[in-house]
Design a protein around this ligand. Structure first.
Ligand SMILES: [Zn+2]
Ligand SMILES: [Zn+2]
Length: 382
């Protein structure tokens, strides 16, 4: 046998390379080796998988981010709930301690009656719906074997998933007719508490708009007064006092504008002004943000879809359009019927008793099976 120097050289080189790699690998701690093999398996399972698409790759890459967000949201849920309670209570405190005395002293009896009746009705609706939305279970699919028809199997819970049910990463379970997980409620919004959630958003927005509109002049007065106080601190001249003077006792009743000598405004006066400014800024901001969210949810309810279904339906619409077909949402029963089903309105009086007054009635259906389009027109009376 004749030795070829080139082939021997190649053999030696490859042996050296292999031993170097083995030696190098052996030096690595076991957890890195484990991680490396896991990453390799992950890439291979994604690459050699006929079901892999951009969504699967995106989900796999961002899984650590989703996990962190879910984990933080789960643990901070209680903090958000406390924040809602504290902020709402602070506005309530200002309304009772600052605004109510002003209303009782300056407004005519019909206006006093309106403010007291509307304010308390709105407050009851907010508290009732917030409590019910946070405390009512959104509804979960049965975990034991049953005859309920299902559309898929949850990869995480390994249970049958009925139509409209989705898995919530924060609650770590499947939710019936899931809309979204709300950190402000520390609860998922699903089949059994969707109405409470929407009503809370609606009445909270109305309450904020009410405070913002009726407190606008007070806010301007308080803001101007604080500005003047700032100048007084520097120059100590006379001060012009307007409507707010009535509230803090700077002027005798009946006078709205008067040139007075520099008043000895106290810490309490400043706090009253600041609390009015705080109330107006907070209610206006929340009113705008929550108002936009409420309108968006109202649009979704009119279309008979949840926040999650909105994404699914728009994807389906595009996919069907490519085939020259029109996608029809099977859970859209028509605008008016969608609202009646959502609020559980079965006769005319229910618009008052079930929508405008606190009501604990359960929603239409069990959340496991759904009537699909087209629905008989007489299914929902009224
Ligand atoms: Zn699940
Ligand atoms: Zn959830």
């Amino acid at each position: 046998m004749r030795w070829c120097p080139t082939s021997v050289l190649h053999l030696l080189r490859s042996l050296r390379l292999r031993s170097c790699t083995r030696r190098g690998r052996n030096k690595l701690p076991p957890w890195i080796k484990e991680m490396w093999s896991y990453m390799k398996l992950l890439v291979q399972s994604l690459y050699f998988n006929s079901l892999t698409d951009s969504d699967v790759v995106f989900d796999s890459i961002f899984e650590p981010v989703f996990w962190t967000v879910d984990y933080v949201t789960r643990w901070f849920g209680l903090v958000f709930v406390c924040l809602v309670v504290i902020l709402t209570s602070s506005i309530l405190g200002i309304a009772y301690l600052v605004l109510l005395p002003l209303i009782l002293n300056t407004y005519s009896p019909p206006w006093i009656a309106w403010h007291i009746c509307y304010g308390h009705w709105n407050l009851i609706m907010i508290v009732f719906h917030y409590y019910k939305a946070a405390k009512t279970s959104p509804g979960w699919p049965p975990t034991e074997k049953n005859e309920t028809p299902f559309v898929s199997v949850c990869k995480k819970c390994i249970i049958a998933k009925p139509a409209r049910a989705h898995h919530c990463g924060i609650c770590n379970r499947c939710i019936l007719k899931m809309d979204h997980h709300c950190p402000w409620l520390n609860n998922c919004v699903g089949h059994f508490n969707h109405r409470y959630f929407f009503s809370f958003c609606l009445f909270m927005t109305l309450g904020c708009v009410y405070c913002s509109i009726s407190g606008r002049n007070l806010f301007l007065d308080a803001y101007n007064a604080l500005e003047r106080f700032k100048h007084l601190d520097m120059e100590k001249p006379g001060v012009q006092v307007t409507g707010m003077g009535l509230l803090i006792g700077l002027l005798p009743p009946g006078q709205t504008t008067y040139q007075t000598p520099a008043p000895s405004y106290t810490f309490k006066d400043k706090m009253i002004h600041k609390s009015i400014i705080y109330m107006w800024v907070l209610t206006s901001t929340v009113g705008l943000a929550l108002g936009a969210l409420t309108i968006w949810h109202a649009v979704l309810i009119s279309r008979g879809e949840t926040s999650i279904e909105r994404h699914i339906n728009s994807k389906e619409t595009k996919r069907m359009a490519k085939w020259g077909k029109v996608y029809r949402n099977p859970f859209n029963y028509g605008k008016m019927n969608n609202w009646k089903i959502f609020f559980g309105v079965e006769k005319k009086s229910h618009w008052v008793t079930r929508v405008l007054l606190p009501s604990g009635h359960t929603p239409h259906g069990d959340g496991l099976t759904w009537d699909t389009f087209p629905v008989k027109k007489d299914l929902i009376p009224v």
